[in-house]
Design a protein. Structure first.
Length: 245
């Protein structure tokens, strides 16, 4: 009996790994399409020079001549627009701290990021079914994609700022898969608030003559998030599969 179980155990493990892989593929299909849509806006914006880093800096300098409230509104609008047109979020957050100081720069960045996340979630929650059904026509496979995001969605949102465009993708995915709103909001706040605070504070203590705090912060934030993604991926690969005998 024991010998028979040992002989079928590798087959059983392969079956469960293959099943997990198929579920992940369904989710990756949606991620790829959403990422392509957001990436296309980023490419267009950069080719036209409309939302390049240099253009954003010019806008900040122009707004700075008016009033702090004008700069704050610009920060909020740019970060909200990130939902529709990919913008350099980290650069904008650092510039918010540089031009507005801390904590006003951080508050403006937080508001903009929250508005973008909430809008992406709500729009996708109520309008994402058409895209979802178009990409994955089989209802069982759609259920697999939903289940996979339910298992990994929280940590995906939490680590999403490691990769440009992925925060907006994860917010839309949360809406499409009908992730519970309190769970989404918690993950989004944990992802966005510390990020905005650290970036804007670094900008507030930087200057043209001494940009080192901003540079180090950009490297540290990106590096920390990438390391987090690495360990999460490693953990998922090494996690044993649990199933009923």
């Amino acid at each position: 009996m024991a010998q028979a179980y040992r002989s079928i155990k590798p087959i059983t493990h392969r079956f469960y790994y293959e099943k997990r892989r198929r579920k992940l593929i369904q989710l990756l299909k949606i991620i790829a399409v959403l990422a392509l849509l957001f990436a296309s806006t980023f490419i267009i914006a950069n080719l036209t020079g409309w939302l390049s880093t240099e253009q954003v800096e010019i806008w900040f300098q122009s707004a700075d001549q008016l009033s702090p409230s004008s700069v704050a509104m610009l920060v909020i609008l740019l970060l909200f627009a990130d939902l529709f047109i990919a913008v350099p979020t980290l650069t904008i957050s650092i510039l918010a701290g540089y031009f507005l100081g801390f904590p006003l720069g951080g508050a403006s960045a937080i508001i903009g990021m929250i508005l973008a996340g909430l809008s992406g979630y709500v729009l996708s929650y109520f309008n994402g079914d058409l895209l979802f059904k178009y990409l994955i026509k089989d209802s069982d496979r759609r259920a697999d994609a939903v289940l996979t995001f339910q298992n990994y969605g929280f940590i995906m949102i939490l680590m999403s700022r490691a990769v440009p465009i992925f925060p907006e993708v994860s917010a839309c995915l949360a809406g499409i898969t009908k992730m519970k709103f309190p769970r989404f909001l918690l993950a989004w706040l944990l992802s966005s608030v510390p990020y905005a605070i650290i970036a804007s504070y670094a900008g507030s203590i930087s200057s043209i003559d001494n940009p080192i705090p901003a540079i180090y912060t950009a490297i540290l934030l990106s590096g920390t998030l990438w390391i987090g993604w690495f360990f999460f991926s490693w953990f998922q690969r090494s996690k044993p599969i649990i199933h009923n005998n």
